[in-house]
Design a protein around this ligand. Structure first.
Ligand SMILES: C[S@@+](CC[C@H](N)C(=O)[O-])C[C@H]1O[C@@H](n2cnc3c(N)ncnc32)[C@H](O)[C@@H]1O
Length: 281
């Protein structure tokens, strides 16, 4: 069970896309929609550890320049290292998606994957995507609807843990002043239109994970450790207390799952909404 993929029990967002998500179909979709041509400049906002640069770099489009920016310097360093390790080129910089350090119309296309879900002023970011993209260029944003995730557990403690995860992570976000838009994915076409980007297409990518039979101990250890770490960093006692109750529920879930053995079932499912647009003005 790859709980680093989607796991509502450890994160309120689709956090770890990495290789599991960047499969051939998705790379093909991005290539089709970004339409990389020789000499093009393409911007990846919130590039993370550079997986898009490695995948798109494999196309070997001559003189195409891929530029990745991310808010976290550690990610930028890994992205640089990863592209170099794959013998590919990419330019990377540390930057906020809402204040891109580029002049108007410099990019032929701009895209982001699972980034706007972390930003409080999404419209500001999309306006900046439009600003740095040339007229007629593509803007592509791929984001989930974190308010519409599906989960199922065959054990009562599992259902209780899933029920408790949303209020816990919501209380944490509220206490930290991180009021993100959970249902960002389906709202992108409207936001694009408001920012001078004509919406051309919305493509849905389902992301699912099923577990039959009790997961190994390392899965439970990871879930426990992630939540414990979040509790340690909780901004106030209310969140900490909620967290402790949640952790108790998670541990009870682990015990029930072990007992259920081969009859255990857990299913998680979510959807990514890929919106393709064209800069019009
Ligand atoms: C879920 S990861 C996705 C990474 C990458 N796009 C991928 O598909 O593998 C989200 C990334 O967005 C970055 N991020 C969050 N807020 C940002 C902001 N305001 N400006 C730029 N990057 C941001 C995070 O640092 C993180 O690397």
């Amino acid at each position: 069970m790859a709980t680093g993929f989607i796991d509502e029990l450890t994160s309120p967002t689709v956090k770890y896309l990495r290789e599991r998500w960047w499969n051939e179909a998705f790379t093909e979709f991005l290539t089709e929609t970004l339409r990389p041509r020789a000499g093009n400049r393409i911007l990846d906002v919130g590039c993370g550890e550079g997986i898009a640069e490695v995948q798109l770099g494999r196309l070997h489009v001559s003189q195409m320049r891929l530029v990745g920016v991310d808010l976290m310097i550690e990610r930028v360093i890994v992205a640089r290292h990863e592209t170099a390790a794959h013998n590919q080129r990419g330019l990377f910089a540390c930057s906020d998606a809402c204040h891109l350090p580029f002049r108007d119309g410099i990019f032929d296309s701009t895209f982001c994957v699972a980034v706007l879900q972390h930003i409080s002023d999404v419209e500001m970011a999309i306006r900046d995507f439009a600003r740095v993209t040339r007229v007629g260029g593509r803007v592509v944003a791929v984001e989930p609807d974190n308010s519409a995730r599906y989960s199922y557990s065959s054990t009562p403690a599992g259902r209780r843990a899933f029920e408790m995860s949303t209020p816990f992570f919501s209380a944490l976000a509220a206490a930290r002043g991180e009021a993100m838009e959970a249902a960002i994915g389906p709202k992108l076409p409207t936001l694009f239109a408001a920012c001078g980007i004509e919406p051309l297409e919305v493509r849905l990518f389902p992301v699912s994970q099923t577990q039959l039979g009790a997961p190994p101990d390392e899965v439970w250890r990871r879930r426990h450790d992630v939540v414990e770490q979040v509790i340690d960093q909780a901004p106030n006692d209310d969140v900490r207390n909620l967290g402790r109750e949640y952790l108790t529920a998670l541990d009870a879930y682990a015990a029930e799952a072990r007992k259920a053995g081969s009859s255990f079932v857990e299913i998680q499912h979510t959807m990514l909404f890929a919106t393709v647009g064209q800069k019009t003005e």
